[in-house]
Design a protein around this ligand. Structure first.
Ligand SMILES: CC(C)(COP(=O)(O)OP(=O)(O)OC[C@H]1O[C@@H](n2cnc3c(N)ncnc32)[C@H](O)[C@@H]1OP(=O)(O)O)[C@@H](O)C(=O)NCCC(=O)NCCS
Length: 180
């Protein structure tokens, strides 16, 4: 993968995807509070209330220093409200520089096709940028996310991280350069 172009703003029929802003950190913290109890503890609010809104605001500030594409705020055109995030993250599945597709929406905005719409815009952007493969891991119990990934052309590889506490974690991939 050559140098990534800047991922700044994407537009779909109903959504604007754009850089996250410090002043909307409370929305991203709400996502943490709404997570399923089966999500591992390090991805949930701890007993001390961390991450706080300020912690998340700091993460958003540091995102600006990373030149690679990241996650974008998902804003509804109709209401002008931020309902979650969608984008790319680089924390490695063993293949250097291969990004994971990530998305998460507030509960009140689920069930309207927004995740598929936002994810489709990010996949299209990655295709145009020349990225050959995207991946995503998903809990076996997370049927909504598995369905979104399926609709976006990801397929389950059969690679499973067995976890008796949180549920099995499935690796899915999508070849960006070939049709879904
Ligand atoms: C996963 C998530 C982003 C989906 O958002 P969304 O906007 O509701 O998704 P969409 O409406 O685009 O598509 C959801 C699909 O899952 C299906 N679905 C949802 N809940 C379901 C259930 N309990 N059983 C079966 N199918 C279900 C919907 O019917 C829809 O499929 P369809 O279009 O074929 O009818 C949202 O549920 C979320 O944020 N979950 C928590 C965070 C998360 O799981 N992130 C992804 C980590 S891999």
């Amino acid at each position: 993968m050559p140098a990534w172009p800047v991922l700044d703003t994407l537009e779909t029929d109903r959504l604007i995807l754009r850089r996250r802003r410090v002043e909307e950190a409370d929305v991203y913290r709400r996502l943490w509070t709404e997570r399923d109890p089966r999500v591992p503890a390090h991805r949930r609010i701890d007993a001390a209330g961390r991450p706080t809104v300020e912690d998340i605001a700091d993460w958003i500030r540091s995102e600006r220093e990373d030149p690679r594409p990241g996650v974008l705020a998902v804003e509804r055109k109709c209401a002008g409200d931020v309902i979650g995030y969608c984008g790319l993250v680089f924390h490695g599945n063993g293949v250097p520089d291969e990004p994971e597709l990530a998305f998460e929406l507030l509960r009140r905005a689920q069930g309207f096709g927004y995740a598929t719409e936002a994810g489709g815009a990010v996949v299209a952007w990655a295709t145009a940028a020349g990225c050959e493969r995207l991946w995503a891991t998903v809990w076996a119990w997370n049927v909504a996310s598995r369905r979104v990934l399926e609709k976006l052309g990801f397929h389950e590889t059969g690679q499973v991280e067995v976890d008796a506490t949180h549920g099995d974690n499935l690796l899915t991939v999508r070849s960006v350069t070939s049709p879904a």
